[in-house]
Design a protein around this ligand. Structure first.
Ligand SMILES: Cc1ncc(COP(=O)(O)O)c(C=O)c1O
Length: 411
């Protein structure tokens, strides 16, 4: 019997989020979400890895945890420990790592351990929508810290922490995406990392470091992770294979001391994350990850160039942006009269999906005329065509850009 014949409404507990909207298919030009470049999924090597690992170890699928224990497939954790040492300067062992179902589960576990309704967290003023919506749902107050081209502003952070202290509020954590920030693409420089750690210590507020874009830097050089720089702990580090390999795999990880990992493991009630994905990644990454990533970032960089050229051609000076240092997003400022939340629907009706700025910010007025565009998944042709359609819709709705491809339009 289908649920349509039975009314569940009276049985639903209070406090549920609103129901999900039914998926109606992908838009023609999709600039939303954190999707990756389909051409860059390393299919041949993933298929070979699946074959090899299943032939060798497939029978461990008969046990929960693949005979590796509840923290996840051991060869994958060993790869991560070596990679994090090499690229982020993190000295940890496989035992300090918990594999999770995408870093979204990491957000849920960290929040589950640390947060209660009415708590306060400090967060970059522009931030990941998935983090912001979780905090809102949990009834947690957010204090947004503005960013500039070098990431979170430490003067503003110091002022916020001091003002909270005067009001006897000790935030539960400082959430940051320091290495290729979502949505701005900024990389927190090393001096600011030192200052952030100093402030975290001074005020006794831990740092929650979300590093899921850290592999996607154009020049391949990144500052050490906050986790690596912290002399006295107090940092939880999370990462993901969504951006470096493929988001549908749903594999992320948490690096933390056992005091916190043991708490999170107790909340992770799914009896382990997807085993096949972990096995295939473990087999693929050791020989291939280091070669795959620069190839991926070269392709992403080329798509960013196409997007910036298309915006310049179609919007002219009406679209302002700073070129990000890596990642998959461009954060774009449109003229003040444009409300990107109101641009969203007509753009979608014309086949173009964008992420309106206010969904990615604690400051709705500041972000009103901003939008986030993902350039990783559309093709070069679709980037050009989609931006042309978007400019046309924006001009019809808000009168800007007045000129498209340097031709004055009138209606
Ligand atoms: C900053 C940040 N953290 C976490 C996630 C979640 O990623 P996943 O669960 O796919 O690892 C995303 C996805 O876009 C993100 O942008």
């Amino acid at each position: 019997m289908s649920s349509a014949t039975f009314d569940f409404t009276a049985l639903l507990p209070a406090g549920l989020p609103p129901p999900a909207v039914k998926w109606k298919g992908a838009p023609r030009y999709n600039f939303t979400g954190g999707n990756n470049d389909p051409e860059q999924v390393p299919l041949d090597a993933l298929m070979a890895a699946a074959d090899a690992v299943l032939a060798r170890e497939g029978r461990t699928l008969a046990t929960y945890g693949l005979a590796s224990g509840p923290q996840g497939y051991r060869p994958l954790r060993e790869f991560l420990a070596a990679k994090l040492k090499q690229t982020a300067g993190i000295a940890c062992t496989f035992d300090d790592i918990l594999i999770v179902s995408g870093s979204l589960q990491a957000l849920d576990l960290v929040n589950g351990v640390l947060l209660a309704r009415g708590d306060t967290v400090v967060i970059e003023q522009e931030s990941y929508q998935g983090a912001l919506t979780r905090l809102a749902r949990l009834g947690v107050n957010t204090v947004g810290i503005p960013l500039d081209g070098e990431g979170m502003r430490m003067d503003a952070l110091a002022a916020a922490l001091s003002s909270l202290k005067q009001r006897n509020i000790r935030p539960k954590y400082i959430y940051t995406i320091p290495t290729v920030h979502n949505p701005t693409g900024a990389i927190l420089n090393e001096a600011r990392r030192h200052e952030l750690l100093r402030l975290s210590q001074e005020y006794g507020v831990p740092i929650f470091e979300d590093d899921c874009y850290a592999d996607l830097i154009w020049n391949g050089r990144r500052p050490p992770a906050l986790y690596a720089m912290a002399k006295t702990g107090g940092v939880i580090h999370i990462g993901s294979f969504s951006k470096s390999i493929a988001p549908a795999l749903r594999v992320g990880y948490i690096v933390a001391g056992w005091d916190m990992l043991s708490r999170m493991l107790a909340l992770k009630t799914d009896a382990g994350s997807g085993a096949l994905e972990q096995m295939v990644l473990g087999e693929f990454c050791a020989p291939h990850f280091a070669q795959h990533v620069p190839k991926l970032t070269r392709g992403l960089r080329a798509k960013l160039d196409t997007l910036m050229e298309a915006l310049n051609a179609q919007f002219g000076t009406a679209a302002e942006f700073d070129a990000p240092k890596g990642g998959i997003f461009l954060w774009v400022k449109l003229p003040d009269q444009v409300d990107t939340t109101r641009l969203y629907q007509p753009a979608l009706a014309a086949g173009v999906a964008i992420n309106p700025g206010p969904d990615w910010s604690t400051d709705k007025a500041y972000s009103r005329s901003r939008m986030r565009l993902c350039f990783a998944s559309p093709s070069h042709e679709d980037i050009r065509a989609g931006i042309a359609v978007l400019a046309d819709v924006c001009r019809k709705e808000f009168g800007v850009p007045a000129r498209i491809a340097n031709v004055v339009r009138s209606e």
